[in-house]
Ligand binder design. Structure first.
Ligand code: EPU
Length: 414
């Protein structure tokens, strides 16, 4: 599928931010731990969620997904083999590991896929499961994990991995005794998953700090839960507002986007926040920036690629240092084809602005790289096309409507 994009009008974009992809994926997986029905609100209708729902169907679970509300009819027992082709289409499917271990101590699952951002091992997850008493058998195409009984333990993560923190926290919710996880990821999505699990009756303390303690409970009950808004989607449209004529974003406070807001303010952009909105105005002379990406609360890796587009429109040299993934630069050759001057050296993305970005035909290679191409193409009054746009639709809900609010004509073409 292709996205055809051009700028049609100059206007301030005003949109409501959707539910967070990186909360929705682990929360949908962890909902199956419970034997009773679960209702989840604010679930974004994006390809990754649809893929996960196909996996639920494959496990024999019934659900209803309408108007961003997902109702799951849970079962006491599920097949332990999660081997359908959808597992390999995304990264978040690996959250079935923690969920199935909590529910029934056993899973055999196809290796997960997701964006190619360099080598993405899951050794922290697997080492953690082993410490919890599980045996792990890895094969080229699948992983088998099982335990007679999960046991409480202390786990020290070598790096604050988001996925490992969430997977291990989930796996421990029904383990009798106390499990501690140290050097945890502190991302808002970790807090959201813990709050959801606690709403189902789990006893998790410390999510959002470096140490999470899980006091095992014997039963989880059904519940209704509303997930948080997507800070990365919000950040993407905030950057679009800075590139064009400003933005008013509804649905989140700005607390979880502090690092981006600080960068934008230091470049000169006025950004104001309330309990439920973030506003940015256009300015004539922004200054370049020099930032280092890192685990939350540092600047998020998922916004590095979109932010590089803003740097192309700022006179001077800006630098974005990536420290999480080894290959998050797929957008660089495409932006350079448009006329940008970007180089990559020792994990530093060095952008020399200001350059005009020309229209043309471009290829998206990963989710946030695709978002950066959409932002760049939105600057031009002539049509650009972005192919392999499914990568973008994996994580952005309703983009054509949201872009229209910024005066951008974006059309999906089969
Ligand atoms: N790592 C290991 N071993 C592990 C786990 C991670 O070496 O067992 C390394 C990774 O290779 C990477 C670093 O640790 O270098 C961080 O990885 P992390 O586990 O934190 O990332 P993730 O769980 O795979 C999630 C999001 C990503 C987001 C990162 C960082 C989901 C489904 N994915 O990935 O989101 O970039 O956290 O915040 O939640 C995106 O939305 O575009 C996206 C890629």
């Amino acid at each position: 599928m292709i996205l055809r994009v051009r700028r049609e009008e100059n206007k301030v974009g005003e949109i409501t931010i959707s539910g967070a992809k990186n909360s929705a994926l682990p929360i949908i997986c962890s909902a199956i731990i419970c034997d009773e029905d679960v209702v989840l609100e604010n679930i974004p209708d994006i390809i990754d969620v649809r893929t996960l729902l196909a996996i639920l169907s494959n496990l024999g679970l019934k659900y209803n997904f309408h108007n961003n509300t997902l109702s799951i009819k849970n079962k006491k027992k599920l097949p332990y083999k999660v081997l359908c082709e959808e597992v390999n289409k995304m990264r978040g499917s690996y959250y079935f590991m923690g969920a199935m271990l909590a529910k029934q101590n056993k899973i055999m699952i196809t290796n997960s896929g997701g964006c190619n951002l360099g080598h993405r091992p899951i050794n922290f997850h697997l080492e953690g499961f082993k410490k919890m008493g599980a045996s792990v058998f890895t094969h080229n195409n699948f992983i088998k994990i099982k335990a007679k009984k999960m046991k409480p333990t202390n786990i020290h993560l070598e790096f604050p991995s988001v996925g490992a923190t969430i997977n291990l926290m989930m796996a421990a919710v029904k383990t009798q005794g106390i499990t501690n996880i140290y050097n945890c990821a502190m991302e808002p999505e970790v807090i959201d998953v813990a709050t959801f699990l606690n709403t189902m009756g789990a006893n998790i303390v410390g999510a959002g700090t470096k140490k999470i303690t899980i006091i095992g409970v014997s039963h989880l009950h059904g519940c209704k839960y509303k997930i948080i808004c997507d800070r990365i989607e919000a950040g993407t449209y905030l950057i679009l507002g800075a590139l064009l004529d400003g933005a008013i974003l509804h649905g989140l406070s700005g607390n979880y986007l502090r690092s981006l807001i600080n960068v934008l303010r230091s470049s000169g952009y006025p950004v104001t926040t309330t309990n439920n909105t973030i506003t940015i105005n256009k300015i004539p002379h922004p200054s370049p920036f020099n930032i280092t990406i890192g685990p939350y609360p540092a600047f998020p890796t998922d916004l590095g690629q979109p932010l590089s587009v803003l740097a192309t429109q700022i006179p001077g040299t800006s630098i974005i240092k990536e420290t999480i993934f080894t290959n998050r630069y797929s957008h660089v050759p495409e932006l350079n084809k448009m006329g940008a001057k970007i180089s990559v050296a020792n994990n530093n993305v060095i952008i020399d602005g200001k350059t005009k970005l020309n229209s043309g035909n471009f290829v998206a290679h990963d989710l946030r790289g695709a978002a950066s191409l959409v932002l760049a193409a939105s600057l031009n009054n002539e049509d650009s096309t972005i192919s392999n746009i499914e990568t973008f639709l994996r994580g952005y809900e309703n983009p054509t409507e949201k872009l229209a609010s910024f005066g951008i004509k974006a059309q999906l073409v089969e």
